[in-house]
Design a protein around this ligand. Sequence first.
Ligand code: GLN
Length: 431
Amino acid sequence: MYRKIIYFPRIARGFATHSGNSLLPPATLHLKSGQSFFGRSFGAPKSIYGETVFSTSITSYTESMTDPSYRGQILVFTTPLIGNYGVPLNTAPFDSEDVGVVLESQKIQCAAVVVGDVAEKYSHYTATESLASWCQRHDVPAITGVDTRAITRLLRDQGTTLGRLAVGNDTSLPAPTADEFWDPSLENLVDQVSTKEPYELNPTGSVKIALLDFGAKANIQRSLVRRGAAVTVMPWNYDFNAVRDQFDGLFLSNGPGDPSHCMEAAINLRRTLDEWNKPVFGICMGHQIIGMAAGLDAYRMTFGNRGHNQPVLALASSGSIKAGRVYVTSQNHQYALKLQDPFPQGWEPFFINCNDSSIEGIKSTSDSGKNVWGVQFHPESAGGPLDTIEMFSDFLTECAAHKSNAVLSTGDEGVLKMKTFDSAPKIAVVA
Ligand SMILES: NC(=O)CC[C@H](N)C(=O)O
């Protein structure tokens, strides 16, 4: 028996927002647990199913929405006003670093977005369109005018919940029955977003990195390329062992869905780790694959961690990371590695989450003869803090250690941002 709870649209709070605008078509978010939230549609005029998750990030809706790890998810933003800085042109060269996009991939990856108040007017010097027009152009439905706090409190209590966003005429249909909901975690979403063919970025770079693409965010690629790496991006299940001698290091990217669909990659990696001693670094899904190859289990968290202010405590020192320090990190995950005692031989916990004590990183022990790191969070940010960005330099420095002619550069993300501002039009202050 599902509880039937009805939440009515919020009263509009801002003059420049859509909420409560009765000219917009109706939209309803149905949760499989029985609750329905009524609002207005500002995206594509179509209805979808997905997994309803919330993000506590206060900025970077553009980066989150283009992150392939959000594939299949109905993304609820807890920040009430979303869209106020619009959306930039995704192919503009200003920050592309030769990876082809400004945002995190070519298109919107999440299934839908849910916001309290969408900003109709936007203002930013790089913006070329509104959030609403971007969603419509990418055929992604969106709802505004719902109580995102109420939705988030439900999701925190009952966990990530399957949902349906019904738009327009579909809002007059009854809520779907339990078996009509689509569960994206049953599918191998990685296979849907990973590159089908290998390709190279910055081929003249002197340190050769193979990147297994589980749904890589562009800023991971930029963070490697900016530091001087040549990056060969490979499908997630590529037989890296057949070509590994050509590379100085292996990188495993982030990616959507349940990591157990990628067991094949963990088995391949286990062989790599047994037979190859060069550095390996993994982020989020990549970290989970490293853990599975090391013999750890991954489990599904209640509501995961999605946001840009997740504190993690370093338990060990390595490169720029100092044991005992807390780093603020960007995160987007539903699964995590299980803490076990003892840890598999040759491995140790690297970071732990200060809020929920989940594992945030693992590394090979210093006496293992290996250089392997996995982190559950996103050192590349986009969006979020750059506290751990130097982990890319740490990784590439280790990859270059056996080469006499390697030329690496500092990433200088902060400096790059200043350069971007140098070329910006003057900001007019309106009284
Ligand atoms: N961002 C990621 O790589 C997420 C990894 C995995 N899909 C999870 O949800 O835990």
